[in-house]
Design a protein around this ligand. Structure first.
Ligand SMILES: Nc1ncnc2c1ncn2[C@@H]1O[C@H](COP(=O)(O)OP(=O)(O)OP(=O)(O)O)[C@@H](O)[C@H]1O
Ligand SMILES: [Mg+2]
Length: 388
């Protein structure tokens, strides 16, 4: 079928034609935004789940919902060796410069001046002016070098500036498991101050299944977060994720074709998009039939193998590959790290660094004490397809 009209979009962070199965999270966010506008600040939202399950697109939808209410929004992705300070500083520049104008109120002028000082705290060479003379504005002082002090000041001043326009500030952080434990602790402390004093600011973080644990280890008052486990779709939602985009293009799915894709995908959103895309491309009529679906799944599997899975596999060392292999066949649900050590004829301690590196690379996590599991659904089968 016409590839130009293909509505399926496999790929990290790509907005699906139909975002299904996330109504509860979206409704909770909508309530939080409205409560915040009325002066009550709720706890940070923490979305966690496996690779490809749809955390980034959900976070991005939260951003759009906040923007639709004219909120100031900063969305950043942790990792790549950048500090939270720098990520937030750079992320705030655009939304702030969008609203900076000569007629700005006192609070906005103050926020801009504070932002200028925050920038100076990590970038001695760069300065911002926002095209305004801020010499007479109050604010500044977000450059003490102490993250908690500086972050509190910038978040508070920008949130209060947003409040001047009866909206708030939304701070969205993807891949949050890659923040350092100091940064997570600081975020928790700042969010706590915000909630206590009702600064109009909401935080949402997304990350791998180890994020709740990482937050707990950062001693960051985990009870003060709202956790939401983002899971694969229900059968009904998986069907909707396939049918709704096709329907919008006047294309239908034969029931057995639909069932095949739902089952082969394990109801994981990334796989649904990949298989849907390939099945669409091979189909010829205005209905996708079972043989199209079968071929689509096979072609989709090849694409996943050479992209989604391979990109992660190729980032591991030979020792790490051995460890991952030893985690099969139970790796998707979890296997004792002692058992993995037995299989490799090594001690748990000797394998500690390999295990730690794999966790750091985001390939595995510990669902429970002494248990290790893949963060990537279907990794077991993929490894089985790789020659030793
Ligand atoms: N609720 C959903 N309904 C339909 N498709 C979805 C849904 N959520 C995500 N997808 C699709 O799944 C794919 C992966 O989504 P996304 O990148 O958000 O996952 P992720 O959880 O952030 O993965 P990672 O942990 O690798 O960053 C994308 O192709 C996206 O379009
Ligand atoms: Mg993501």
């Amino acid at each position: 079928m016409d590839a130009v009209r293909n509505p399926y979009v496999p790929g990290a962070g790509r907005k699906p034609s139909a975002l299904v199965g996330r109504d509860a999270e979206l409704a909770a966010w909508s309530v939080a935004l409205q409560r915040c506008e009325r002066g009550i600040t709720d706890q940070p939202l923490v979305l966690f789940g496996l690779r490809g399950v749809g955390k980034t697109v959900l976070l991005t939808q939260l951003r759009h919902d906040a923007q639709a209410r004219n909120w100031l929004v900063v969305q950043v992705e942790a990792g790549a060796g950048r500090s939270l300070r720098e990520l937030l500083g750079e992320g705030l520049y655009e939304p702030l410069s969008d609203i900076a104008k000569p007629s700005a109120g006192q609070r906005l002028l103050r926020a801009l001046r504070t932002a200028v000082s925050f920038k100076a705290s990590y970038d001695a060479a760069g300065t911002w002016t926002f095209g305004l003379d801020l010499a007479d504005a109050s604010g500044g002082g977000a450059d003490s070098g102490i993250l908690e002090t500086d972050l509190k000041r910038i978040i508070k001043d920008v949130a209060l500036a947003a409040g001047e326009s009866h909206v708030g500030l939304a701070v969205l952080i993807d891949e949050a498991q890659d923040l350092s434990s100091d940064e997570l602790t600081t975020l928790a402390v700042v969010a706590q101050s915000a909630a206590q004093d009702n600064w109009p600011v909401l935080f949402a973080m997304a990350g791998l299944p180890r994020l709740p644990q990482t937050l707990a280890e950062a001693k960051s008052y985990t009870e003060r977060f709202q956790f939401s486990h983002i899971e694969r779709l229900s059968t009904e939602d998986a069907k909707a994720a396939i049918l709704r985009p096709a329907d919008a293009e006047g294309v239908s799915w034969a029931p057995d074709a639909l069932e095949l894709v739902v089952n082969s995908s394990g109801r994981y959103p990334y796989f649904i998009q990949q298989f849907g895309q390939e099945a669409w491309n091979v189909a010829t009529g205005s209905q996708i039939e079972q043989p199209d679906a079968r071929l689509g799944v096979a072609l989709g599997q090849n694409k996943l193998d050479s992209g989604f899975f391979r990109s992660r596999w190729d980032r591991t060392t030979a020792a790490e590959k051995k460890y991952l292999r030893a985690m099969c066949p139970e790796g998707d649900i979890g296997v004792g790290s002692g058992e993995v050590a037995n299989r490799l004829r090594k001690t748990i301690n000797a394998l500690g660094p390999v295990r730690a590196n794999l966790i750091h690379k985001g390939l595995v996590y510990a669902p429970d004490h002494g248990i290790i599991a893949f963060t990537v659904p279907g990794m077991t089968e993929f490894i089985g397809r790789q020659p030793e």
